[in-house]
Ligand binder design. Sequence first.
Ligand code: NAD
Ligand code: DAU
Length: 362
Amino acid sequence: MKHMSETILVTGGAGFIGSNFVLSWMREGNGAVVNLDLLTYAGNAANLSPLDGDQRYTFVRGDICDAELVGWLLSKHQPGAIVHFAAESHVDRSIVSPGEFVRTNVQGTFTLLEQARAYWAGQSDADRAAFRFLHVSTDEVYGTLGPSDPAFSETTAYAPNSPYAASKAGSDHLARAYFHTFGLPVVTTNCSNNYGPYQFPEKLIPLMILNALEGKPLPVYGDGQNVRDWLYVEDHCAAIRKVLEAGKPGETYNIGGMSERANIDVVTAICDLVDEMRPRSGAEPRRKLITFVGDRPGHDRRYAMDASKIARELGWKPEEGFESGLRKTVRWYLEHGDWVDSVRTGAYREWIAKNYAERAAL
Ligand code: NAD
Ligand code: DAU
C-alpha cells in the first residue's frame, strides 16, 4: 500500500491475531482501521477496548459473506488495503462441523475478493497500483512433514489434511486466481502456530495454562510427539505490516518462528511456569495432570516453516524467543482472569465437554 497512514479494512479484528494486529497498528501511529467482525464465539469486541474513544477506529459487526455490506463499507471508507483475518480457525471444530469452515473461509473470502475487485476497478491508476488485499493464511495448507523433511517453502505443493486446512487452501487458491486473472494486488501470508494474549482457550497453549491453573487434567492428544513451529503473535503482526508495506503483489510469504517443539514439551513447560508463578504448597507438580487422550483424526505430525524468503526480501525475522514468549503468555493469562471469565461462556463449556468427552484416556 502507498502509505501506512491510509485507512485499512480489517476482517476478523476481534479475534486472537486480528485484535493483536489492530492494537499494534494503532500503537505504531498508523492510519484508521475499520474492523469488520461477526463476533462469533471466537470474537470479542472488548479485546479492542483500549481503543475506546479513538476516532481512528470503527467497529462494524457483520459477516464477510454479506456482499452488500462489504461493498458498502469499501465505498464508504475508501481503504488503501484489506487485511483479511476472518475465518473459522479451530481444527477440532472443523472435524465436528466442516460446513461452517467452507462457508466462512471459502465463500467469505470469495465474497471479499469479488467486492474488492469491483471497488478496486473504480479507483485511479495510482490508487489501483497502491491497493493491497492481504490474505492471512496458514502453514496447514502444506500438509504434514516427517521428522527429517525440510521445512515448508512457498513452492511446497498444497496437501491439506483437515477440513480447516482444506478450506484455507481453497481460499488461498481463490486469492491467487484473483491476482492472476484480474490483476487484483493480492499478497498471501502463510504462518505457523501463533501464541500470546487474547487467544481463545480452545487452543493448546491457553487451554493448558488455564487447566493447569485450575488443577484440571491436561489432555494431550495421541503420544504428544506432534511438532508445531511456534511464533509469538506480535512477531506475526510485525510480519504482516512488512508485507503490507513492501510485499510484492501476487507473491506469497511463509512466516514461522524457528521454534519447533513437540506438544508434550510445550505442556510440561507450561506446567513448570504455572508451578513457579502460582505455587501450591504440598500439592503435586502440575506435570502430574498430563493425561494422554485419543488422538485428533488425521492429526498432522509436524509443521515447520522456511521463512527465509520474507527475511531476505523484506528483512523480517522473529524477535521473541519461545521460552520468553511462553513466560509472558502464561503471565498474561494468570493476570487476566476477567478476560478469561468473559470468553468462557456456556457455549464454550459445551464445546469443551463435547470435544473431550469422546476422547478416552490412553
Ligand atoms: P480466531 O478464531 O481467534 O478469530 C477469528 C475472528 O474472525 C473472530 O473474531 C470471529 O468473530 C471472526 N469471524 C469468523 N467468521 C466471520 C465472518 N463470517 N465474518 C466476519 N468475521 C468472522 O482466529 P485467529 O487465530 O486469530 O486467526 C486469524 C487468521 O489467521 C485466520 O485466517 C487463521 O486461519 C489464520 N492463522 C491463524 C494461526 C494461529 O495460530 N492462530 C496461524 C496461522 C494463520
Ligand atoms: O499451524 C497454524 C495453525 O495453528 C492455525 O492455522 C490454526 O488456526 C491454529 O488453530 C493452529 O492449529 P493447530 O491444530 O496446530 O492448533 P491447536 O492449538 O488446536 O493444537 C496444537 C497441537 O496441540 C496440535 O498438535 C493438537 C494438540 N492438542 C490440541 C488441543 C486443543 C492437544 O494435544 N490437546 C488439546 O487439547
